[in-house]
Design a protein. Structure first.
Length: 709
């Protein structure tokens, strides 16, 4: 019997071990399969705090928001906070700092002032399980005491701590390897925070339409690239094969111009009729170097206009996300254009992605909403903001209020009232003179006071306030007058679409020049919505008079683009008779050899059509001109440009000039721009003036008749 029991036990043990081994092997298979979809190269994305953050009082907090890309496989996230505390915080005082991720606390530390270490360094690891795809909130909670009297600590100016501006989050990740599916576009051709770039490749004998398609695609990739400087290139095929290539590639051209390496990778393309069709084909790059995940996309047709449809198709995410395949045929019957609405005057918080804004805890709580208007527009009178909000009913209503700031300038406040706690509103006019550019920052501040709350020893989630997503900004705008670099890329972009643009380029461009022009258009693309709007590209030899009815961008030296010579008499800094150097004017006297080693940008009315604009980018020296384009290749550099004329020397130093005065609005336009109440007052004043004038005239006439009698 004992032997029988022993055998049964041994058999059960073998069965259990077999099951465990089977499950373990299955788990290993699954994990191996998952690991195969993750790249081996590790990357770091740093989210740095750019300004010092000051905490005052007992309970304080600050939130930092960061993005987790859906194509990242997170390895770890490290927090490194540098802070200084006031000299009164010693071991006998209860002072702490707590870190939270998405509302979940994960680290706390006691704070003590250390005279040997004025700036303390705190490091912690974020629990990966608490992270989510998209935006995440990292919140720092501070609790600082310097006495045993809570009432004093809340209002004592000596009770402070500072989070230093070099504090940061380090996001360590690997990239997920993508399938060859078009619906993922623009990924992997747009990747944030990696050294890998995208190369748009053209044949060496590219056409004007090929270059137009490349610049248009660059504008779209630039719009989707969150880096401050666009990393992609436009190059010719002959330069592509000279280098070891780890970059993703997009080839644009005709069937006959497809490189052999791509033809061999996509052999089925040769059998497709592309006379009135275009193919978009995605696959693994035949040029792959030592990177694991390198792609090539082919955009090919014998018909230039159909290739343009393919580019616009890729710019329409509503269409690309439907293509769960590695290839798609674009026919002339496809409707690829995105319907672009007129500039919407009424923008709800909900339409900006804000369903609600929550404010929790006592004292001042703030939140910020950012809003951009097209660069070609200016805000006029009649712009206002309307807030729908609610709040807890246990406040000290003698001291609680809401304040609205526009670009850090207070425009109004409202006292909170108990009877309106569940449904309150606030409507304020926004003065046009406090909005100097196309960026509007709205800061909402609630002062949520409880009776004797400053004497509480513990922090409460209440009181609270909430801004509803139905709150809105009503923005009265009009087209700005005059052409100045402060408004660039206007007038070439009007209401977020290309505005009848023609780019005049030399007959031959190097890959470096093509890349620089592509980067310029990546910056312009950040102002573009949709895929409509007119844009054209032409060599000088192919212009055929089209420059007379377009908004012109002219690039080149006098020797590479003859249109520069035609325009010379209209330039503020003109070339000499031999086109070797610039001549000074009343704004700046130019010396030799400085005048031959500079570039000049001029933004002005087109001399061919006063209803159109012209941007001239020129220099006597081609290399100096190419280097000067760096000021148009990133948003940060563009923001340094003002006025209507720029001179850039060979060292990259700039001089800015304003030759034209800004056009003044006609009186009737100023009146139209007024809000209803202002116009009403103006009408009443005008009627009173007319009545007084008529009465005076009648009195004088009557008095004159009496004297005559």
């Amino acid at each position: 019997m004992k032997s029988y029991d022993f055998n049964i036990k041994r058999l059960l043990t073998i069965v259990i071990l077999s099951i465990i081994l089977f499950i373990s092997s299955f788990e290993n298979v699954v994990l191996a399969e998952q690991n195969n979809n993750i790249g081996g190269k590790s990357y770091i994305k740093n989210e740095v705090i750019n300004d010092d953050i000051t905490f005052k009082g007992v309970f304080t907090s600050h939130s930092i928001y960061f993005n987790i890309d859906k194509w990242w496989s997170i390895e770890n996230v490290d927090i490194e906070i540098n802070l200084s505390v006031n000299q009164l915080v010693d071991v006998t005082k209860d002072s702490y700092i707590t870190f939270n991720i998405n509302g979940v606390p994960f680290y706390s530390s006691k704070l003590v002032y250390n005279p040997k270490q004025e700036v303390q360094n705190i490091k912690a690891k974020v629990p990966i399980d608490n992270l989510k795809e998209g935006f995440n909130e990292f919140k720092i909670d501070g609790y600082c005491r310097i006495t045993d009297k809570p009432c004093t600590d809340d209002i004592n100016t000596a009770n402070w701590m500072i989070i230093k501006k070099n504090s940061k989050l380090n996001i360590n990740y690997k990239e997920k390897i993508t399938d060859n599916i078009i619906k993922n576009f623009p990924y992997p051709f747009v990747k944030n925070n990696t050294s890998q770039i995208t190369q748009i490749v053209l044949s060496d004998d590219y056409t004007d339409m090929d270059l137009k398609n490349a610049l248009l695609l660059s504008s779209y990739l630039g719009k989707n690239d969150t880096n401050t400087k666009y990393k992609s290139e436009i190059i010719k095929y002959s330069d592509l094969i000279k280098q070891k290539n780890n970059n993703n590639i997009i080839f644009i051209g005709s069937k006959n111009s497809i490189p052999n390496e791509i033809s061999n990778a996509f052999k089925d393309v040769s059998t497709i009729d592309l006379s009135n069709n275009s193919i978009i084909k995605l696959g693994n790059s035949p040029y792959k170097g030592d990177f694991e995940d390198v792609k090539v996309m082919l955009i090919c047709s014998e018909n230039d206009s159909i290739n343009l449809k393919a580019i616009k198709f890729l710019m329409n995410s509503e269409l690309t996300t439907q293509i769960n395949n590695d290839a798609f045929i674009i026919s002339e019957n496809i409707n690829e254009e995105i319907k672009v609405e007129e500039v919407n005057k009424l923008i709800t918080f909900e339409s900006m992605g804000i369903n609600e804004m929550q404010f929790k805890g006592p004292f001042r709580r703030t939140g910020t909403v950012a809003y951009f208007i097209p660069k070609n527009r200016i805000v006029t009178e009649g712009t206002n903001i309307k807030l729908h909000f609610r709040y807890s009913d246990n406040l000290n209503f003698n001291k609680s209020l809401i304040t609205v700031y526009i670009n850090n300038i207070a425009i109004g406040s409202k006292k909170l009232e108990k009877e309106n706690a569940l449904a309150d509103t606030l409507e304020l006019s926004i003065p046009s003179n406090i909005i100097k550019n196309n960026y509007i920052e709205i800061k909402l501040a609630f002062d949520l006071e409880l009776i004797d709350s400053y004497c509480e020893m513990r922090q409460e989630e209440t009181p609270w306030a909430l801004i509803d997503g139905s709150s809105y900004i009503y923005s009265e705008t009009q087209n700005s007058l005059g052409y100045f670099f402060e408004k660039y890329p206007a007038p070439f972009v009007l209401d977020n679409r290309f505005n009848d643009v023609l780019i005049s380029v030399p007959d031959s461009l190097s890959s470096k020049e093509l890349t620089s022009l592509g980067k310029c258009f990546s910056v312009i693309g950040k102002e573009i919505n949709g895929n409509v709007g007119e844009i054209d590209v032409s060599r000088y030899s192919n212009l055929n008079g089209r420059e007379k009815n377009k908004n012109l961008i002219v690039y080149g030296t006098p020797s590479t683009n003859t249109l520069i010579k035609d325009l010379n008499k209209k330039l503020w800094f003109k070339y000499d008779d031999n086109y070797n150097y610039f001549i000074g004017n009343e704004k700046l006297y130019l010396t030799e050899p400085f005048n031959s080693n500079i570039s000049m940008f001029q933004l002005d009315l087109s001399p061919y059509n006063t209803q159109k604009a012209m941007l001239v980018l020129t220099a006597p020296n081609n290399d100096i001109l190419l280097n000067s384009l760096s000021y148009l290749e990133s948003s940060n550099e563009v923001n340094k440009l003002t006025g209507d004329s720029i001179i850039i020397d060979e060292y990259g130093d700039i001089r800015k000039f304003r030759f034209k005065e800004e056009d003044k609005k006609p009186v009737y336009e100023k009146i139209i721009g007024l809000d209803k109440s202002s116009r009403g007052i103006l009408i009443i004043v005008a009627l009173i003036f007319i009545f007084l004038l008529a009465s005076t005239i009648m009195y004088l006439i009557k008095n004159k008749k009496r004297k005559f009698k």
